[in-house]
Design a protein around this ligand. Structure first.
Ligand code: SF4
Length: 375
């Protein structure tokens, strides 16, 4: 696997998708020696369930453990430090980790109880949990989601779970961006498995999940977060810690150099079905408002999710208004005529944006030019 590779898999069987992606990426070869100590670092925050768009789905954790154990790796731990104000133990319990630990014989490490070690991060003094530093190979498992202070959060910010609570508080007094970037120079991010199943539109703690039903695999945390900016239609320069981490040598933020490896096509169209639910769940309020500008017919989850993010960008800029023509999107529009549509499926429309799926940033530009400006 190359450092500019981004593996992408779509679907709804998250554990199987995880195993498939790790197999294709050749993770076992990347790790090498079977005696190495491997740490899985999910994003738990507190007691918030994954279908809210806040925390890592446990299927990714289980799939990763099964993959590793089937390849002979025995020294595996799950480590996390919940956010300040909640306890890691409570979070583990609420999200079902004790049962996972017992089933696979994998210990749970509470980094809130771990010892802090002073590190020199390229000139910035930081305190990092000892167990995180002692791991030989760290698999970062963030959720791709929005964040009210840093706009997006994914690989680089998920590393904040590897520092003691007092240091987390200090990060906020330092404005977050600079310490997050410097932290990336001392913690390991050997592989990043991104939960892009239903990350929240704009809040770390969830509440407005946007179902995209994807899992991503990468080696470069900077490339990962730059790619996430693209998914949200946000310029990389609007998230200062990404560019700073790049300048510090952690990785490359140039997504034009990325090699996208699609392991399957986005085809599931059940974007109103929240993961884990057995019934149709109504769209959350904020997503529902944005969905009101669309007229989907069998739209793939990833494509539709990206359109929701594009509409969110336009809404934040105060550009959405009543009376706009509903946007066609989805496979149900193939070979159909219509007014304005998103994606190759609407190529017979009078006005259509090419791409399968198109990029969020292209959606924003296309909609500003061809939709918002209409009188
Ligand atoms: S353009 Fe059509 S087929 Fe392609 S991702 Fe979008 S909805 Fe799916």
């Amino acid at each position: 696997m190359n450092r500019n590779d981004i593996y992408i898999i779509h679907g709804t069987d998250y554990k199987e998708m995880t195993i498939h992606l790790l197999t294709e990426a050749g993770l076992a070869q990347e790790i090498g020696d079977r005696s190495r100590h491997i740490a899985l670092k999910p994003n738990l925050l507190g007691t918030i369930l994954p279908d809210t768009g806040a925390t890592t789905h446990t299927e990714l954790v289980c799939g990763t453990i099964e993959y590793l154990q089937s390849h002979g790796f025995r020294h595996i731990t799950i480590m996390e430090g919940a956010w300040v104000g909640d306890s890691t133990q409570r979070a583990y319990k609420a999200l079902g980790y004790p049962a996972i630990s017992e089933k696979y014989g994998v210990p749970l490490v509470d980094l809130q109880k771990d010892e802090g070690v002073f590190c020199d991060a390229k000139g910035m003094k930081l305190t990092v949990c000892r167990k995180a530093l002692e791991s030989d190979f760290v698999i970062n498992m963030p959720v791709l989601k929005g964040h009210c202070q840093t706009l997006i959060t994914c690989a680089l910010k998920n590393n904040k779970g590897l520092i003691p609570n007092a240091e987390k508080r200090r990060f906020h007094t330092m404005g977050l961006h600079k310490p997050i970037a410097y932290l990336s120079t001392v913690v390991r991010n050997d592989f990043i498995l991104v939960d892009n199943i239903c990350g929240d539109l704009d809040f770390e703690e969830g509440g407005n999940p946007v179902v995209m039903n994807r899992i991503l695999g990468l080696k470069d945390p900077v490339l990962c977060d730059a790619f996430v900016c693209g998914c949200f239609g946000i310029p990389v320069d609007d998230v200062p810690y990404i560019r700073l981490a790049e300048q510090l040598g952690t990785g490359c933020a140039d997504t034009s150099k990325a090699r996208l490896i699609l392991l399957n096509e986005s085809s599931d169209t059940d974007y109103t079905q929240l993961p884990g639910s057995r019934r149709k769940t109504p769209l959350p309020r904020r997503v529902q408002k944005l969905a009101g500008y669309t007229a989907p017919k069998d739209a793939c989850s990833a494509c539709y999710g990206m359109l929701i993010h594009a509409l969110n960008r336009l809404d934040e800029a105060g550009k959405l208004r009543r009376g706009l023509t509903p946007l066609g999107i989805g496979q149900g529009y193939k070979n159909q005529s219509g007014d304005i549509g998103i994606g190759s499926c609407t190529s017979c429309f009078a006005c259509s944006l090419k791409g399968c799926p198109p990029r969020t940033a292209d959606m924003v530009d296309f909609l500003e030019e061809n939709w918002i400006s209409r009188t």
